[in-house]
Ligand binder design. Structure first.
Ligand SMILES: Nc1nc2c(ncn2[C@@H]2O[C@H](COP(=O)(O)OP(=O)(O)OP(=O)(O)O)[C@@H](O)[C@H]2O)c(=O)[nH]1
Ligand SMILES: [Mg+2]
Ligand SMILES: [Zn+2]
Length: 301
């Protein structure tokens, strides 16, 4: 049976990219039609009923599933921020990186709107994450800066762009996927934020090779409620290199004495603001855990 990937869902019709690179329109067989049945990104078996029409017969197991927005089988997330307008901040970047790490999703980081800052500032903004080991790119959809590096980073991957509204996610897609005209929206001068222009989830085939790009609406859900305190440190890659110096196994790098992470911060090997962000998230996930404990105690009574 032929196999394809759902690239778009509109009003009960499923658009499928076939292995030959064509798109067919299909409807799912009865049992697949249920509420959270099929999402963009799903690999499906289908039967052709006409040259460009078909029926979806089954769905392959998913390697992952993002809920908001609903998309499956992502291999990496490009976290997009703007050098300026709207301004980035490291706390928000770290929050997103932690969420992705805890979801086992590899991340690359894009600093867009490089045309709005000088080259030195652009390099400095991205430098910490480059040193930590992330792939970081400085791009501009106005000048085309970073286009080739971005295309290379997207090769053979199914990448979703994530980041605040107005940073230029749709504009970046327009830059690397010629022919699509993703709608972009001006950043509101009054509130300095985007307007959540993108509403639909859609998989776009890259012009060369076998990669896909997903434009998604800016993120809405940023709670760390699914992460346990014990898991959090592993979401900071640079902590891993010094954890062996902690005296206690399972050290939370918080109140414990003889902590390798704290020593590395003091020695300047770990950025103090990364450690501070870690502590802020630790307090947050402990709080979530406490809330869950109280809730389960209440239901047991
Ligand atoms: N100066 C500059 N402006 C840019 C760049 N990329 C995008 N913009 C502008 O930023 C605004 C927002 O871009 P979008 O692509 O709509 O942003 P988005 O991230 O898709 O926003 P949502 O769909 O709301 O999540 C638009 O006015 C773009 O023209 C860039 O590299 N430089
Ligand atoms: Mg958009
Ligand atoms: Zn420690």
């Amino acid at each position: 049976m032929p196999v394809g990937r759902i690239n778009r869902i509109i009003g009960g019709f499923y658009y499928i990219s076939t292995e030959e690179g064509r798109t067919i329109t299909a409807v799912p067989r009865g049992k697949l039609r249920r509420a959270d049945g099929l999402v963009v990104g799903d690999v499906v078996d289908f039967e052709l009923t006409a040259p460009d029409q078909g029926v979806i017969e089954g769905v392959h197991p998913r390697r992952n599933l993002l809920k908001r927005p609903a998309v499956s089988n992502i291999t990496q997330v490009a976290v997009v921020f703007a050098h300026k307008n709207p301004d980035f901040n490291y706390l928000l970047i770290d929050r997103l990186l932690v969420m992705l790490a805890a979801s086992n999703l590899p991340a690359i980081i894009l600093f867009n709107k490089a045309d709005l800052v000088d080259e030195k500032t652009a390099t400095e903004n991205a430098e910490p994450y480059r040193r930590i080991g992330y792939t970081t790119l400085c791009t501009s959809t106005k000048s085309g800066q970073g286009k080739e590096q971005l295309l290379a980073a997207l090769q053979s991957e199914i990448t979703t762009l994530a980041g605040p509204s107005g940073v230029g996610k749709s504009a970046l897609i327009n830059m690397v996927v010629p022919g699509v005209k993703q709608q972009t929206g001006a950043v509101s001068a009054k509130i300095g934020r985007g307007r959540h222009t993108t509403r639909e989830v859609r998989l776009l085939a890259l012009p060369q090779g076998d990669g896909f790009l997903v434009d998604t609406p800016g993120f809405t859900q940023l709670d760390l409620d699914f992460i346990s305190p014990a898991e959090l440190a592993a979401c900071f890659p640079e902590f891993g290199a010094v954890e062996q110096d902690c005296r206690f196994q399972g050290c939370c790098h918080d109140q414990e004495p003889d902590c390798g992470v704290k020593a590395a911060v003091a020695a300047g090997a770990i950025y103090p603001w990364r450690y501070e962000n870690y502590l802020a998230f630790l307090a947050e996930v402990r709080n979530w855990e406490e809330q869950k404990r109280q809730r389960s105690r209440r239901t047991r009574r």
